[in-house]
Design a protein around this ligand. Structure first.
Ligand SMILES: [Zn+2]
Ligand SMILES: [Zn+2]
Length: 259
């Protein structure tokens, strides 16, 4: 499978309007982070995960590929605000895109798009499919298992696909979730800050503890805020934990051993 990190930024992006690059080196392009989204490609299947406010730019950067499906992790602004860009693209292509999410997240999507969905001249472009944690589903030959994650006072969905998993916007996972993740080799994991004061996301020290518990071959950090300088992380983290960057491509078949 080919994974493309479309964006690995926090909800406010890096640089942010108020804090700029914060502790990140502004001269390093890898510290410019659009809002978090990911593309998974396997044979003829291309699955988009989330549609944040910069999804148009993110998809243009990778040549605007034909999408097979869209999966949502949750409905926060930084993961769903660009939904209309994708829906309008499908409508213009006269195609229907299957969209997967929890009942709550798809309800939030319908609310967000109500003004276009009501209009007779706007065909839907999306077909919504409810998912339930731990009830696996298939998009053509690709099997996905949704994993329930705690994210502040709400929930988000992680996805396991074969020996790969995508877990962003998470601060805790229960035992069932840990069992569902057992045996993964490649992990994309959300980690917002090197400080430990966050009620919604993993801090760096907890992310490292999680990696040592699950022991995937390699973990890539995403959803990184302004305290997470790329070169500093590369220097200080063990080789089996790497910061992602926008545009990073991961071949899940090429793994480095966990040491
Ligand atoms: Zn987020
Ligand atoms: Zn969130």
């Amino acid at each position: 499978m080919k994974i493309t990190i479309l964006g690995c930024g926090p909800s406010y992006g890096v640089p942010s309007l108020t804090r700029g690059f914060c502790e990140c080196d502004a001269k390093n392009e890898k510290n410019i982070r659009l809002r978090t989204a990911m593309l998974l490609q396997d044979k003829e299947v291309t699955i988009l995960f989330d549609t944040g406010p910069e999804i148009r730019l993110e998809l243009l950067r990778v040549g605007s590929p034909d999408l097979t499906a869209l999966c949502y992790t949750h409905s926060h602004y930084d993961h769903m605000a660009g939904a209309e860009d994708v829906r309008a693209m499908m409508r213009e292509k006269d195609q229907i895109l299957p969209v997967y999410g929890t009942a709550g997240d798809l309800s939030a999507l319908k609310d967000q798009l109500s003004y276009v969905l009501r209009s007779a001249i706007n065909k839907p472009g999306f077909r919504l499919h409810h998912i339930t944690p731990y009830h696996s589903f298939k998009i053509k030959h690709v099997k996905l298992t949704p994993i329930l994650q705690q994210h502040g006072n709400g929930i988000s969905i992680g996805y396991r696909i074969g020996d790969f998993a995508y877990c962003t916007d998470v601060h805790s996972i229960d035992e069932k979730g840990w069992r569902a993740l057992q045996g993964i080799k490649v992990w994309v994991l959300g980690c917002v800050s090197s400080s430990s004061h966050n009620q919604k996301h993993l801090s760096l020290d907890t992310a490292i503890q999680w990696v040592h518990r699950l022991k995937p071959d390699i973990t890539y950090l995403t959803h990184m805020g302004g305290r997470m300088d790329y070169d500093t992380l590369c220097r200080e983290l063990p080789s089996y934990i790497r910061p992602a960057y926008d545009g990073m491509v991961i071949d899940t078949n090429k793994k480095t051993p966990h040491k």
